[in-house]
Structure formats: C-alpha cells, structure tokens
Design a protein around this ligand. Structure first.
Ligand code: GDP
Ligand code: MN
Length: 378
C-alpha cells in the first residue's frame, strides 16, 4: 500500500521526523484558506503517487494569495504521467541549503534491511552514481545502532553541520520503517536548511499490506483515490490480484504458477494486464469474480486461464469457466490451459460447451503464444 506524500509526512511525524506544517486542499478555495492560515511563502504540491512532480510542474512556490490561487488552479486536474491531480498538499516553504537522499528498504537476497544515504539528493536515486550512495545493511535482530548510523553518515560525506540532524532522522526513520511495517521509506530530498537543521521535504512510504491486521491506524490511509480501481475490486472479492499495464489478462491457481504465467507471457512477447491467483478451490463463484475483475479492465484483449490441477480439480475449474461465461458478458476471448488432476474430465466439459470465445490449449507455452497473438503482441 503506497501512501501519498501528505500521508507519508503524517506517518513520519508520528515517529518524530521533522516535516513542515501543512494541510491538504481539494479545491482552489481550500488551498487559499490553508495557505492564509499557514503563512507565506508556501509550496503547492500535487498529490499523486509518482515521482518527478517537480519537473512536471506539479510543485510551485507561492508568495501570496494570488499566487496560491494561480498555482492551485493550474495543478488541480493536471495529468502527471497518467496520474490526475485531485488533491494538493500546501506546506510552509523551506529555505534549502543542500538536498540529500535517505531511504530504507529490504534487501531480500541478503535477508537484511538496506539503508541508502547520498549527499546528492533531490534527483531520482537511479541517476546518482553508485559511488555517491552510502549503503548500510542492518540486521533486523540487532537493529540500527547509533555507532553504525554515525559510520554510515560519515561514509556519505555530509558536511559537518548536517551530521547530528541526519543521524537523528535516520534512527527515527529506521524505527518508522521497522515498527511501522513499511516496505519502503524514502526522503528525497532530505534537506539541510540555512539554520543548520535537517528536515524531510518529501515522503515516500509503502506499507506492507500483510501487516494491516495490526495497524488499525492505517484505515485513515486507505483513501478512495489512492488505489488502482481494479485492485480495490479484486480485494473486495478476496482475490490475490496485482494490476499491470498490458493487454493479456491472467488467471492462474497458485502464486507460483501465476508468476510463471506472467513471465511466460512476457517471454513470448506479450504484456500481462495483471497477476491473479485464484488459489485452490477454484469454483464457479471464484471464477466469476476473477473474470469480472479482468473483464472490467479496458486494456484486456484476451484472458489466459492457466490451471494446473493438484488439489484443485480440472473438472471443477471447467464447470466454473462454463458457468462464469454464462454469467459474465466477456469482451475478450479466453485461452484455457487445463492440466493435472481430472484434466480429461475438464476438457470434456469444455468440449461440451463450445464457444468461439473459448480456446483450449493444453500446453502452457502454446497457450501463452496463442493468447499473445490474439492480443496482437504488445
Ligand atoms: P518530487 O519532484 O515529486 O520528488 O517532489 P519533491 O517534494 O521532492 O520536490 C521537488 C523539488 O522541489 C525539491 O527537490 C526541491 O528542490 C523543490 N522544493 C520542494 N519543496 C520546497 C520548499 O519548501 N522550498 C524550496 N525552496 N524548494 C522546494
Ligand atoms: Mn522527491
């Protein structure tokens, strides 16, 4: 679950990380009211979950009411890389002496947390050369000690006046990351102000949705506008779904097979529209739910159903598909690969219910190729 900047800043503030005073505004009048209350100058910031807002014109400094009105009017409704701005964050502007970068995320291969700190912030971290990024690996059973933090900050070559403030923020950021069950916390830029204070000017936070059960306070973060519409619908239906950008809808049983299906569609030159694991017990209702979610995706040109029956029986799946086709008005044809337990019975059921929207392909690779050719490549 990704947070908007304003939510990320609220999250940071709970852990004592310094952020600027501010408030959200959904209209130009609200923006003016907020700015008048905070005092000038303010920064008017587009709230969209995509980086590079500054470059796209989504972040503007305003020195008075008229400028807030002008910038808020321009930014609300703006399209930033496909994300339409519905909400602004207005905060007291900061004077900036230097911009840094700081983040924590998980290094899965090393089974350690990874901290990254750079004296070159304010730009996308991908564009910072590796030798300008000081990395630290943190053993979660030990935690981030002050000593280790100081060594890390020294390795990043921050100026002496920024050291204490940065050490303090990094320790709080680590706590926010671990105790808050985040999978990513990023401050870019972390700024040094002319008065020597260090401060978070931006916030990027991803929370681990699997930990939601122990964070009642996250409810406030689940804004209606914050989610992929398809993912919200899938979640309501209890499906394991991740939205992607392509045209080949995917339904598979088991997370491993679903990921393999995404991979193979890519390998044969297609673009998956989603990851969807319907799990075991793929009965008619679940198949209807899965097909409904995928059918509502305007980019989908074909739906690839890839089932390997183990405990799941292919005849149950086939019955599910047949019933689902009667209940869902499908826009796109289905390419179905059924193998494993009761595959013969499953195929017989599909054969008895022939439809020009139903294409059987018993082999996974050929099924992927067929689906991609129907979708027309990418
Ligand atoms: P992003 O472009 O989406 O990452 O948005 P940021 O919140 O990181 O802002 C981009 C840039 O705008 C920052 O790197 C700063 O240079 C500038 N900026 C943002 N807030 C302020 C502010 O309060 N004062 C000043 N002077 N510049 C700001
Ligand atoms: Mn930023």
């Amino acid at each position: 679950m990704d947070l908007f900047e304003y939510q990320g800043k609220q999250y940071f503030a709970r852990y004592g990380i310094p952020v600027s005073p501010g408030d959200v505004a959904d209209t130009v009048d609200d923006a003016v009211a907020v700015a008048d209350r905070i005092g000038y100058p303010v920064v008017v910031k587009a709230q969209v979950q995509i980086g590079g807002r500054g470059k796209a014109g989504g972040i503007k400094l305003a020195n008075n009411t008229d400028e807030v009105r002008e910038h808020a009017g321009n930014i609300l409704g703006m399209d930033i890389k496909g994300h339409v701005v519905h909400r602004l964050w207005i905060e007291l502007a900061s004077d900036i002496k230097e911009e840094y970068y700081a983040s924590f995320t998980l290094d899965r291969s090393k089974k350690l947390h990874l901290g990254m700190l750079s004296a070159e912030g304010g730009v996308e971290i991908e564009s910072v050369p590796d030798d300008k990024i000081a990395q630290i690996r943190v053993d979660p059973t030990i935690g981030l000690t002050e000593e280790a933090t100081r060594e890390w900050v020294a390795a990043a070559n921050l100026p002496a006046e920024a050291v204490e403030g940065t050490v303090d923020i990094l320790q709080k950021l680590y706590t926010a990351y671990v105790e808050g069950d985040a999978s990513l916390v990023e401050i870019n830029p972390l700024i040094l102000r002319p008065d020597g204070s260090v401060h978070a000017l931006d916030a990027k936070v991803s929370l681990d949705a699997a930990a939601a059960f122990r964070h009642e306070e996250w409810n406030e973060f689940v804004g209606l506008e914050s989610r992929d519409e398809r993912e919200r619908e899938a979640e309501e239906k209890g499906l394991q779904y991740v939205g992607l950008d392509g045209s080949v809808g995917i339904i598979a049983n088991g997370a491993g097979l679903a990921m393999s299906t995404v991979d193979i569609v890519n390998q044969v030159g297609g673009a998956p529209a989603n990851f969807l694991d319907i799990g075991g017990g793929a009965n008619a209702d679940r198949m209807v739910d899965a097909l409904t979610v995928i059918n509502n995706d305007p980019n989908v040109k074909v739906i690839f159903i890839n089932i390997f029956g183990g405990i799941t029986r292919c005849d149950d799946v086939a019955n599910g598909i047949v019933q689902a086709m009667q209940r869902v008005d499908l826009k796109a044809p289905l390419v179905v690969r059924l193998d494993g337990t009761n595959a013969t019975e499953g195929h017989a059921i599909l054969d008895a219910n022939k439809s020009d929207k139903l294409i059987k392909q018993p082999d996974m690779l050929n099924a992927a190729k067929e689906a991609v050719s129907i979708a027309g490549g990418n």
